[in-house]
Design a protein around this ligand. Structure first.
Ligand code: NDP
Length: 247
């Protein structure tokens, strides 16, 4: 029970990587607030975790790109769960297309969710995190924020921005013993990558030394390490969890 009674916020926890992160913390004794946009998937994800770890998960359906809604949520979580120890910014979306054809709305929606969403949550939960001992913020970026990708200018910019944000927050909060790190996943098996056509999937696998996609558990275990006492002197870093793709 490495995280017994710690309060953990995980955004984008309705499925995929976020739900696995929430499940992994619950298995280690944490009390987890799951945030995602759709009420149905948020409630279902929390209920599933509570089946194996009763009372560990609470659903808070909120759109992280909505600044005021996130502020209100932070107050509610403070009242219902108490001081927050760990914040994981995982909510993210894609709206792919070549730049020539990309609509303004595709750019704005991706930046608002993937980058402004993290600004909103860090701003809202900053005070409770600073009050705790050795709190951590972990932002789920992407290897695409490091190397770029044709058809993903919006997504690449949002994830590169998230990495810059991570480093600046790390510098601002180090004096309060709050660490802030980013994880850059490679290609992980979730709904997001299930949409890839087989030819694209194979061409990606050809570039991965491990010759396979990663799993949500690969990311969740790295998050738990970064949130653990073993990582309390690590801050402002980006850890690629990508089967060697970007080494
Ligand atoms: P999924 O599409 O499977 O799940 C995304 C989750 O984020 C859903 O629960 C979704 O909720 C939630 N979400 C989306 N927009 C918002 C919002 N505005 N407010 C609150 N919640 C929101 O994604 P993955 O699990 O694959 O990805 C998780 C993170 O990892 C993302 O940041 C992604 O960019 C990153 N990543 C993923 C990779 C991969 O290969 N899968 C590779 C590199 C990075 P809802 O269902 O309600 O919309």
């Amino acid at each position: 029970m490495k995280f017994k009674d710690k309060i953990v916020i995980v955004t984008g926890a309705g499925r995929g990587i976020g739900q696995e992160i929430a499940r992994a913390f619950a298995a280690e004794g944490a009390r987890v607030a799951l945030i995602s946009r759709s009420e149905a998937s948020c409630l279902a994800a929390a209920a599933e975790i509570n089946e194996s770890h009763p009372g560990s998960a609470t659903a808070f359906p909120v759109d992280v790109s909505d600044h005021d809604a996130v502020q209100t949520l932070a107050k509610r979580i403070g009242e219902e769960l108490g001081a927050v120890n760990i914040l994981v910014n995982n909510a993210g979306i894609t709206r792919d297309g070549l730049l020539m054809r990309m609509r303004e709305n595709d750019w704005d929606t991706v930046l608002d969710t993937n980058l402004k969403g993290a600004f909103n949550t860090v701003k809202a939960f900053m005070r409770p995190l600073m009050k705790g001992e050795n709190s951590s913020i972990i932002n789920i970026a992407s290897v695409i924020g490091l190397i770029g990708n044709a058809g993903q200018t919006n997504y690449s910019a949002s994830k590169a921005g998230l990495i810059g944000f991570t480093k600046a927050v790390a510098r601002e909060l180090a004096a309060r013993s709050v660490t802030c790190n980013a994880i850059a996943p490679g290609f992980i098996t979730t709904d997001m990558t299930d949409q890839l056509p087989e030819a694209v999937r194979q061409s990606v696998i050809d570039k991965i030394p491990f010759a396979r996609f990663g799993t949500p558990a690969d990311i969740a275990q790295t998050v738990l390490f970064l949130a653990s006492p073993a990582a309390q002197y690590i801050t402002g870093q980006v850890i690629a969890v990508d089967g060697g793709m970007t080494m």
